[in-house]
Design a protein around this ligand. Structure first.
Ligand code: V47
Length: 383
């Protein structure tokens, strides 16, 4: 690797994977049972080689990154997710709410020079209504017209529409008119109802996330999608989750307006949350993290980009993930709370130069992108 010098089959040790390799070579869609086997087999090299084969066919050696900034307007959350260490209840000394002035002031700081995408998700706080978001988006766009606004998980969108007394569609229309351009993929967790009842009991059922994503797409707003893995879920729950994303993507692509741009597997961070006090859950391992990237590349045949999210799995493993199906390292991030509050030991940010070096050292071509995967230079960027 990076390229495959030998026939795909020669990388496979578990003979049960050979029929899957044939389907992959024919470009045939994989089934639920195939997905279970991809999770069950100890042959990570074989799964990785198949994912790399697909990655090379779709993207060659192209590997994307974005100069982005993560920010949360509040950590106050009235919803209760057992896996979340970020949430604070009103009165908690950690609780904060940022005003539009605070956020514009933060974005004007020198460390944000070069940032092209603002990725905002936050708690569910009923005092923030549509007027807050309209004002916030307008002020940001006034001061930074070229900054792409990627805001709201699908659950957040439903929540803030409800507390604003609006339908999700009306809320979305007003946010788009004020400057919202796309939505991140968070908040999906695991769609299976029994697992949700243990890890995010307060969160609406999975259909809300899926319906709101479908609505965004129908309205021309691209979104991303995620899955939280490495807690109490089993392979069957993950395959179910991925296939529900794939089905939705089929429908959105058929409508032709907007669709999922990228999928990001989110490795569960196991500290400072309720789940860590009630369950013994170990950190995810390198094998598990690479397998999530590879399985996603194989099952999600209609989602163009798979991210290796270095914040949650580490820069080194994300780099190796480029050989296991990933073609995007997300970005510079600059400040991250959700994973770090829950124990992530990765840095707060990576510079553009670091991202380029990580990608090139692995033998791939580094391309700085905007949120819609348009690249800034026709030539690969320099550090
Ligand atoms: O919405 C919360 C999850 C998400 C934990 O769309 C946790 O480009 C692990 O969605 N351990 C935020 N995960 C991150 C996210 C994301 C990241 C990178 C790129 C994009 C994108 C989206 O993290 C939350 C929630 O689903 N989360 N707590 C935890 N303890």
């Amino acid at each position: 690797m990076p390229g495959l010098a030998r026939p795909l089959q020669s990388y496979i040790h578990d003979a049960r994977l050979l029929p899957i390799a044939e389907k992959v070579q024919r470009g045939e869609r994989l089934t639920f049972e195939d997905g279970l086997l991809l999770y069950e087999t100890p042959d990570l090299t074989g799964v990785g080689a198949m994912a790399h084969h697909v990655r090379l066919a779709k993207h060659g050696l192209k590997t994307y990154f974005v100069q982005n900034r993560r920010l949360s307007y509040t950590n106050i959350c009235y919803t209760h997710c057992q896996f979340c260490a970020f949430q604070a209840k009103p009165g908690d000394p950690r609780a904060y709410v940022l005003s539009a002035e605070d956020i514009v002031g933060e974005l004007a700081k020198p460390e944000n020079a070069g940032v092209k995408e603002l990725h905002m998700v936050a708690g569910h706080y009923p005092k923030l209504k549509i007027e807050y978001f309209e004002d916030l988006f307008r002020r940001i766009k006034e001061r930074f017209p070229d900054l792409h606004l990627k805001v709201f998980t699908m659950v957040e969108m439903g929540y803030y529409a409800k507390v604003s007394g609006l339908s999700v569609e009306a809320f979305l229309d007003r946010c788009v008119a004020a400057g919202l351009e796309s939505c991140p993929g968070g908040g999906a967790e695991i769609f299976d109802a029994e697992i949700r009842a243990e890890i995010c009991v307060g969160k609406k059922d999975a259909q809300v996330w899926l319906d709101n994503a479908e609505l965004c797409h129908a309205k021309g707003v691209p979104t991303n999608c995620t899955m939280l893995y490495g807690h109490i879920e089993q392979a069957k729950h993950k395959v179910d989750h991925l296939l529900r994303l794939r089905d939705l993507q089929d429908r959105s692509l058929a409508k032709g307006k907007a669709h999922f741009l990228a999928y990001i597997p989110l490795a569960y961070q196991n500290e400072n949350n309720e789940l860590s006090r009630t369950h013994v859950i170990h950190e995810t391992t390198g094998v598990a993290d690479l397998r999530e990237i590879a399985v996603a590349r194989l099952l999600l045949d209609n989602i163009p980009h798979i991210k290796a999210y270095w914040v949650m799995i580490g820069e080194g493993l994300a780099q190796i993930g480029l050989n296991y199906g990933a073609n995007d390292l997300d970005g510079t991030i600059i400040e991250e709370e959700i994973a770090h509050d829950a124990g992530a030991s990765t840095p707060q940010m990576l510079s553009k130069a670091q991202l380029v070096r990580i990608i090139r050292e692995a033998g791939f071509e580094a391309l700085e992108r905007d949120n819609l995967y348009q690249t800034y230079d026709s030539e690969p960027v320099t550090a």
